[in-house]
Design a protein around this ligand. Structure first.
Ligand code: PHE
Length: 455
């Protein structure tokens, strides 16, 4: 990364298009694709969820991702400042910054539970490395996972360790650290996932897994499924809260936003599908429950690792990679929080990263206790725990609403001439399609989904 000389310009640019791609993929590919996607499939209608998810990613997620990157590059500041200055330029009003404030709130809430779950992954590294999980049945891995969840002290330790790992690179300025980590980690993660799918194909019930994932089941598509899939589309692409806006600010001028976005989306989908392809054949071969919920990855894959030769090592590497994939996402959650305050306070970047990280860590205890001492606490009645509420509020409401507001801003407030230039589509028809999607299709689709669900 080169450091910027003049004030007002964010600290440097990605050193190359490749480095940017890796960082953006690092942000989008994370727990959302490997941990959350499979269990959402399991709890929300199997292949029906898959179908709606893919549709939402293409029709809503992709165009909004392009909008965020374009806005970020046009503004070249942190998300709030970018929206304030672009808003002033086009409408004379500064209130547009509020959209990014909503994003900061979403980032804090997401990071609070993200760090807890990434902590589970850290906790699994020594468990696999020492062979404790070798040769276990599905029931036994479920018991091991249950014992981890039941121990708030252990969870708090791993949650703290993960938050520390997130704070340090953000305090230093993220690009340098992220660039180095993701360049070797992403290819390795893909390779390992492909290996696991092959293993599942040989040793698991591959046919049942594939039917579950891909056999279209239109009748299972309900409004709940549509909302869950919409939320997951935003979450898995890191879209809707300003992360990509923040990253776009460092994007060199010559890089093609449409092409880059397609690559990011492809990587996110591929990871999710591979994770599903590795997990469900093992679920069905071992009589495990596909709607196990948030523990799915942690219960199923160790059964496979425990049974394969060299599995302790493969499993150790897998959970390390999962933790690193989570880390390249968590820094992209802390970054916009720091950026939001950087130009508004006199605090240093280091102080902001620590303050933001510690406050978020403390908030994480709402999630952490949801899996043990507060598992019976249902704020607002119903069946949702604190974790369920934070997850629901962020994925199903804050991200979609934030994403739609950004889409409307890019589609209606930014002038046509400017957005044509910012996006740089070679084909005018594709530009028109994008414009239609961000102005009309995505906003209407998302608003109808969210409102019908709340009502
Ligand atoms: N996309 C990340 C994941 O799938 C989570 C994330 C959401 C990161 C929003 C940044 C912003 O794990």
């Amino acid at each position: 990364m080169q450091s910027a000389q003049n004030a007002g310009v964010p600290a440097g640019q990605w050193s190359s298009r490749f480095a940017f791609l890796m960082a953006a993929i690092g942000s989008s590919v994370g727990l959302g694709n490997i941990w959350k996607f499979p269990y959402m499939i399991g709890t929300s209608g199997g292949s029906a969820f898959m179908l709606v998810y893919l549709t939402c990613v293409m029709a809503v997620g992709l165009p909004i991702l392009m909008a965020e990157l374009a806005l970020g590059r046009m503004g070249r500041q942190g998300p709030i400042d970018t929206l304030v200055s672009l808003g002033r330029r086009y409408t004379g009003k500064a209130g547009w910054g509020a959209i990014a404030c909503l994003g900061v709130l979403a980032a804090v809430l997401i990071l609070s539970f993200y760090s807890v779950v990434a902590g589970w992954s850290l906790a699994y590294i020594p468990k696999l490395l020492t062979g404790q999980m070798s040769g276990l049945s599905g029931e036994q891995t479920a018991a091991t996972f249950g014992a981890l969840l039941a121990d708030p002290w252990a969870l708090a330790f791993w949650h703290a360790l993960f938050m520390l790992l997130t704070i340090i690179p953000v305090a230093r300025g993220i690009q340098a650290g992220i660039e180095k980590a993701v360049v070797w980690m992403m290819p390795l993660l893909f390779a390992l996932l492909v290996f696991l799918v092959l293993y599942a194909a040989v040793e698991g019930d591959f046919a049942a897994g594939m039917v579950y994932l891909f056999k279209p089941d239109f009748e299972a598509i309900t409004m709940d499924v549509v909302l869950a899939a919409t939320g997951q589309a935003f979450f898995s692409l890191s879209v809707g809260l300003g992360t990509m806006l923040a990253y776009g600010a460092y994007l060199p001028g010559h890089v093609s936003i449409p092409r880059t976005s397609v690559v990011i989306v492809f990587a996110a989908i591929l990871t999710a599908v591979l994770a599903g392809g590795a997990i469900f054949p093992i679920v069905f071969a071992n009589g495990l429950n596909p709607s196990e919920g948030p523990g799915l990855v942690f219960v199923t894959l160790p059964v496979a690792f425990g049974a394969m030769p060299g599995g302790a090592l493969v499993g150790t590497v897998f959970f390390m990679l999962l933790a690193i994939a989570a880390l390249t996402s968590s820094v992209s959650l802390l970054e916009p929080i720091v950026a939001a305050f950087a130009s508004r306070t006199r605090l240093s970047r280091t102080a902001l990263a620590w303050t933001g990280g510690l406050v978020t860590w403390a908030l994480g205890f709402l999630t952490l206790f949801s899996f043990n001492i507060w598992s019976d606490v249902h704020p607002l009645g119903g069946t949702r725990t604190w974790f369920d509420w934070i997850d629901y509020l962020t994925s199903n409401i804050l991200l979609p609403v934030g994403g739609v507001l950004l889409a409307l801003f890019a589609g209606w407030i930014v002038t046509r001439a400017d957005s044509v230039q910012a996006l740089g589509f070679r084909n005018p028809l594709l530009y028109r399609l994008w414009h239609l999607l961000v102005r009309v299709v995505a906003p209407i689709g998302v608003v109808v989904t969210v409102i019908s669900n709340i009502a």
